[in-house]
Design a protein around this ligand. Structure first.
Ligand code: GAP
Length: 488
């Protein structure tokens, strides 16, 4: 990306962040105390949008697939879980401190930024060489070599402007805390860094109690925590975030077919939600984690470039096997079709609810000039829009508010509806555009005569006259998840 293009893209992210705060989507956490880095709160419309996205994912998984069921596991788990999963020993990022500014950085991110600078200056080859050199050093766990690379590349701390670096050290990303009174038998436990392990340790519980047969899946939505050192790009990388993960248990040897199938299904889901094909791309991992035999990301073109929204991994039998080893409890499944016991292989689909939210917001944000006037609106798919319709009496008198309230009563049990009577109708339309309400329903004097209203459509601003009796059906049709499901 050329430098001026990059600046425009960053400006767009800034606009989106400002919009999210101004119109009740996302605020910095504990803002009155100047916020807490990489932690955010969702406002009145943000929470509705996020809940809709989570419900859409949940229902796609558990309703469209009769062989997937859900669970809700606790955030705290027995600490041995994280030994077995490998997180205690290897869930690390390489860190480096600048001795002058006392600021801590991820060593790999400093080098990636330098590579991006080469690329922006048109030197793609040098950028690639640098990234390859870093990859080799990290692979060999040569942290002294990583430091040398930073020094040789003359990478400076953006705060102090010096290259007075400490050694590079591995830094574990898990947050820990104590159970029990610290004075007594305190023991260290972790805030889960992924929800997946709650599914793995419950694999047999769910299989038996829900009477599932391989192939089957377990879905879960829940909080995860990572002590991310580099907190950037708004809610893209947070310390407290939500994951939506599904582990699909399959017969060994069939996993790569299932992997292919899930990769296609998940890509279709993003497109069904209205994300344009050219803004999505598939990134196949060349270097695989030790437990995986295939892995890919679905990336979206954020204002700061193509970045991962969802990961799809073929995790072999690594997790269940490791839990069997550490717990000494068999994690086998008896397959009646082939009369064999085995530890199933697992395909994982894992998407961050916050990243999905950010992608949806970026994709919906429209700031355009129409007839010499600037117009900003959020073109959410009606199925996930925070508010489905605003009911707006033209004036505050002549019985129009009463008629409008009747319409609210008729719709509010099935749809999130707003009633507004303050300000001119034009200003009220604009307010709804800014929070992405797909339909504005105006109640005027004609309504009192013939029980019709005007529907104003957010994206086109076109208006049409509709009978009040048809409103429920119109909203149900436009906002139904079926609209998305049918395209998956
Ligand atoms: N169980 C596999 C797993 O956790 P991951 O690639 O580390 O894999 C999966 O995370 C998804 O979780 C990512 O694709 C992203 O959407 C989301 N995610 C990961 N770290 C995050 C963070 N710090 N902030 C927000 N979302 C995050």
């Amino acid at each position: 990306m050329a430098k001026n293009e990059q600046t425009a893209e960053n400006a767009q992210l800034k606009d989106i962040i400002a919009h999210a705060k101004e119109y009740g989507f996302v605020y910095p956490s504990s803002e009155i105390y100047d916020g807490l880095q990489a932690v955010y709160d969702y406002g009145a419309y943000g929470v509705e949008l996020k809940n809709n996205l989570k419900r859409l994912w949940w229902e796609t998984m558990t309703r469209l697939n009769d062989n997937i069921v859900g669970i809700d596991a606790a955030i705290f788990m027995h600490p041995t879980t994280w030994k077995a999963s490998g997180h205690v020993d290897s869930f690390n990022d390489p860190m480096i401190d600048n001795k002058d500014s006392k600021k801590r950085y991820r060593a790999d991110v400093l080098i990636e930024d330098k590579a991006a600078a080469y690329e922006n200056a048109g030197d793609k080859e040098r950028a690639q060489q640098l990234l390859s050199a870093m990859g080799r050093l990290l692979e060999a766990e040569d942290l002294a070599g990583v430091r040398d690379l930073i020094v040789n590349e003359e990478i400076k701390c953006p705060i102090s402007g010096t290259s007075n670096w400490t050694d590079v050290r591995q830094f574990n990303l898990m947050f820990s805390t104590q159970v029990g009174s610290v004075a007594e038998d305190a023991s260290t436990i972790y805030l889960r860094p992924e929800t997946a392990q709650g599914i793995f340790v419950n694999f047999l519980n769910v299989q038996k109690t829900a009477r599932m047969k391989v192939p089957f899946g377990i879905a879960q939505i829940g909080k995860a925590f990572r002590n991310e050192i580099v907190a950037r790009q708004f809610i893209f990388r947070m310390r407290e975030f939500e994951q939506m993960e599904m582990q699909f248990f399959v017969r060994p040897g069939t996993e790569l077919d299932w992997y292919k199938q899930w990769a296609e299904t998940r890509m279709k889901w993003h497109k069904a939600l209205g994300i344009p094909e050219e803004k999505l791309r598939r990134h196949d991992h060349e270097k695989l984690a030790h437990y995986a035999n295939a892995a890919m990301d679905i990336e979206y073109q954020f204002p700061f470039g193509f970045k991962e929204v969802e990961g799809i991994h073929s995790r072999t039998d690594f997790d269940l096997k490791s839990h069997q080893e550490y717990s000494k409890k068999k994690q086998q499944y008896f397959d009646p079709e082939i009369n064999q016991n085995y530890i199933p292989y697992v395909i994982e689909t894992s998407i961050g609810a916050d990243r999905l939210f950010l992608m949806t917001l970026c994709n919906a944000y429209v700031d355009e000039e129409v007839d010499g006037k600037q117009r900003t609106y959020l073109k959410f798919h009606p199925a996930v829009a925070p508010v489905k319709a605003a009911i707006l009496p033209l004036t505050k008198k002549d019985g129009l508010p009463e008629k409008a309230h009747e319409i609210v009563e008729a719709l509010k049990y099935d749809f999130n509806i707003i009633y507004e009577e303050a300000a001119s109708i034009g200003k009220r339309y604009t307010r709804q555009d800014l929070i992405g309400t797909p339909f504005c329903i105006a109640v005027d004097h004609q309504t009192l005569e013939d029980n019709t209203v005007t529907i104003r459509h957010r994206d086109t601003t076109e208006q049409e006259r509709v009978a009040i009796a048809d409103l429920h059906g119109r909203l149900a049709e436009a906002c139904s998840f079926r609209r998305v499901f049918e395209r998956v």
